[in-house]
Design a protein around this ligand. Structure first.
Ligand SMILES: [Zn+2]
Ligand SMILES: [Zn+2]
Length: 353
C-alpha cells in the first residue's frame, strides 16, 4: 500500500510504502477510492493547532510519527476479519474517522466523537491519504450506495460538522430566524443543511462580498457584511432577534454578536477554530435563557442521517475538485496559500498498486 504522511513536523508530506496489512478479527480493510482534503490537514502537518492568544495545542507531544493524513475516506471493502459479519467485500462505504476507545459509556452509545480517548484517523492513527485503510470495527462504516463517492467523502468531516451544529439549534419553527457566521466551505454546507431541514429564514454573514454572493445564490433570505454591519443589523433583519446563530468562524468578534442579537431562549453554536476568547455577561445569559454550545464533528449515526438527507434529494452535495493521490502535498500547499475554491478530494485509485 502507498500512503502520504508526515515524517517530520512542518515538512512536506512523504510517500510511505509498506506491506498491506491483513485485517484482525474485528477489522475491515478498505481499498480507498477517495479522501477529502480538509484545512485541518494543514494544521496536523504543522504539528499544532493555534488556540489563539499565543497558545499552541501541540501534536508533537502525543502523536508518534509518521502519521498518514486524511480524515474523509471513502472506498470499497477489500477484506474483513474472521469475526466481521454482514459486511461484503466489494461494497462501498464512507468511513467515520472519529474513532473512540470503544469501551467507555459514550462510545457504547455510538458517540465516539465525545470519547475522551478519541484517536482520529489521519491524526492519531493512519488516515485516508492512502491506497488502503484499516478500519478497527464495522460500526464505523457508513453505507453510501447511490450517491457520488467523490462528493460523499466530504460528509465525514465538514458535512457532519455542519450537520451536528445545525441539529443543536433544534427543529425549525415558524417565524424563526437563524444566522450563519462565515460562508466558506463549512458555512455553505451549513446553509444547505439548514435549508434541507426546513429552515426558511436564514441570514448569511461574512466579511467577504464574494462569499456572501455565493450564499445569496444558494438561496438565503438575507446577507450581512460584518465589516459594516453588526448586532443592530442582525436584530433588524431578524425582526425581534435570532433564535439561533452558528459561528463557523469562532473568533472573538463573531462570538460577541451572539448575546446582543439572540432572542430569549436563543442558541449560539460555536464551531469555528479561529481562536481567542470571549466574555459573556452572566446576568444576561441567565435572564435571557440563552444557550451557548460548542460543536465538533459528529457520530456515525449522524453521518447516516446525512447520507439519507442526500438520498432523499433534499441536500445536494457541492462539486469537488478531484486530484490524484500523489498531489496530496501540492493540495495542502494550495490550501495553505488560499488558492482553493471548493473542496479538494484525492483520487486514491489513480495511484499504482
Ligand atoms: Zn476535517
Ligand atoms: Zn470511549
Amino acid at each position: 500500500m502507498q500512503s502520504y504522511g508526515v515524517t517530520e513536523w512542518g515538512k512536506p508530506l512523504q510517500q510511505i510504502v509498506r506491506e498491506t496489512p491483513a485485517p484482525g478479527p474485528n477489522e475491515v480493510l478498505v481499498r480507498l477510492s477517495y479522501c477529502g482534503v480538509c484545512h485541518s490537514d494543514v494544521h496536523v502537518r504543522q504539528g499544532y493547532f493555534d488556540m489563539g492568544g499565543g497558545v499552541k495545542n501541540s501534536l508533537a507531544d502525543r502523536v508518534k510519527l509518521p502519521v498518514v493524513l486524511g480524515h474523509e475516506p471513502i472506498g470499497v471493502v477489500a477484506a474483513v476479519g474472521a469475526e466481521v459479519t454482514d459486511v461484503r467485500v466489494g461494497d462501498t462505504y464512507m468511513v467515520n474517522p472519529w474513532i473512540g476507545c470503544g469501551k467507555c459509556a459514550v462510545c457504547q452509545q455510538g458517540q465516539d466523537n465525545l470519547c475522551e480517548a478519541m484517536a482520529a484517523m489521519g491524526i492519531a492513527r493512519p488516515g485516508g491519504f492512502s491506497t488502503h485503510l484499516m478500519v478497527p470495527d464495522k460500526r464505523y462504516l457508513v453505507d453510501v450506495k447511490g450517491i457520488d463517492p467523490a462528493r460523499a467523502a466530504v460528509l465525514a468531516c465538514s458535512g457532519v460538522t455542519a450537520y451536528s451544529a445545525v441539529q443543536k439549534l433544534g427543529p425549525p419553527q415558524a417565524g424563526q430566524c437563524v444566522a450563519v457566521l462565515g460562508c466558506g466551505g463549512l458555512g455553505l454546507i451549513g446553509i444547505a443543511i439548514l435549508q434541507a431541514l426546513g429552515h426558511t429564514n436564514i441570514i448569511a454573514c461574512d466579511i467577504d462580498d464574494a462569499k456572501l454572493e455565493t450564499a445569496r445564490a444558494a438561496g438565503v433570505q438575507h446577507v450581512l457584511n460584518l465589516k459594516t454591519g453588526g448586532a443592530a443589523q442582525l436584530l433588524a433583519l431578524a425582526k425581534g432577534g435570532l433564535s439561533g446563530m452558528i459561528d463557523f468562524v469562532g473568533a472573538p468578534a463573531t462570538s460577541a454578536l451572539a448575546l446582543p442579537s439572540l432572542r430569549k431562549g436563543g442558541r449560539f453554536v460555536s464551531v469555528g477554530l479561529f481562536g481567542g476568547a470571549t466574555t459573556i455577561p452572566l446576568v444576561a445569559l441567565a435572564m435571557r435563557e440563552v444557550a451557548v454550545l460548542g460543536s465538533a464533528v459528529g457520530s456515525t449515526a449522524q453521518m447516516r442521517e446525512l447520507v439519507e438527507l442526500v438520498r432523499s434529494g433534499h441536500l445536494t452535495l457541492p462539486a469537488v475538485q478531484v486530484r490524484p493521490l500523489a498531489q496530496a502535498e501540492q493540495s495542502l500547499q494550495d490550501l495553505e496559500a488560499g488558492h482553493v475554491t471548493g473542496r479538494i478530494v484525492l483520487d486514491t485509485l489513480a495511484q499504482a498498486e
